[in-house]
Design a protein around this ligand. Sequence first.
Ligand SMILES: NC(=O)c1ccc[n+]([C@@H]2O[C@H](COP(=O)([O-])OP(=O)(O)OC[C@H]3O[C@@H](n4cnc5c(N)ncnc54)[C@H](OP(=O)(O)O)[C@@H]3O)[C@@H](O)[C@H]2O)c1
Length: 321
Amino acid sequence: MGKTGLQLSVLSYGSWVTFTKQIDDAASGRLMSLAYDNGINFFDNAEIYSRGESEKMMGRVLKTKGWERSSYVVSSKVFFGWRGDNNKPNQTGLSRKHITEACHEALGRFQLDYLDLFFCHRPDRDTPIEEVVWTMNHLIQQGKILYWGTSEWSAAEIMEAHMVAKELQLIGPAMEQPQYNLFERRKVEVDYYTIFKNIGMGTTTWSPLASGLLSGKYNNGVPEGSRLALEGFEWLKDRTLSTQRIESVRKLETVAKELNTSLATLSIAWCIHNQNVTTTILGATKEQQLTENLKAIELYPKLTPEIMTQIDEIMGTKPVA
Ligand SMILES: NC(=O)c1ccc[n+]([C@@H]2O[C@H](COP(=O)([O-])OP(=O)(O)OC[C@H]3O[C@@H](n4cnc5c(N)ncnc54)[C@H](OP(=O)(O)O)[C@@H]3O)[C@@H](O)[C@H]2O)c1
């Protein structure tokens, strides 16, 4: 992962939206086993996912599996809190108080002794960066987390954290978790260029299918039971679906057909084709989806420069450096 010695599988599995809201312990157990048995070693989570219930579910599953703790990597993320509208001022953000308490609470929910990765889920403009860097370093020294990172921070914010860490001789952020898919490319392909080149940074990228849109499942409406049909996720549906985007997905289908693969497999293979992507976090509610998505490993070496150019032309989303 970036400049660290940690080995992450190129595909990983996350629980946002799905755990507890769409799937129960039995289904998440089957999906995590399918992932683990196929070489996935990283499971992603956050304090806010299902208001803490997602970490509890993942923790219960891990306990029943009996896998060696050293064989997998688990993350949590701090910032949003887990109480929703009931969050009090110190129950969100990146103050020393909330980062420390969020770490302890996540460990309790997971029933684990340490988190491998701990992310600042968003930047906190009300907390000085020195306080964040010091707090993460204390947690590392206490053995409660192993690596700390950021999610959806700007390149300038990540660089500031590195400069402060260097000045204080502390450990800086080792990884960033940005959105990366055929519709969202700027951060990974342009903004972070200097950081990859000069500092080195792992990335655990999210929403490779833009919440399922890039599987083609929304080409003819919103299927019942799918993520964008869920109550409470209207904001995500509005943000994700547009006539123009669906048109691009339809056109992309011709490339998938030429390669004798599915749109989902192609879209995920496209993400991991980027050498600056350490791991792409998959989401899946069904074993069939995860099996299809795992095929990206076999497909990505087949994406020639000609095919990549064809994809760029169809999507029209390649950012200008
Ligand atoms: N750091 C952050 O701010 C942040 C934000 C978002 C996500 N994440 C992380 O990234 C992970 C992955 O993100 P994501 O869940 O949005 O990934 P995604 O791949 O964009 O969407 C996953 C969803 O698409 C549908 N799907 C997946 N494979 C499919 C297939 N082969 N055919 C048809 N439908 C398919 C499923 O939803 P349905 O079956 O319900 O339709 C699935 O839950 C999350 O779990 C979380 O760990 C992080």
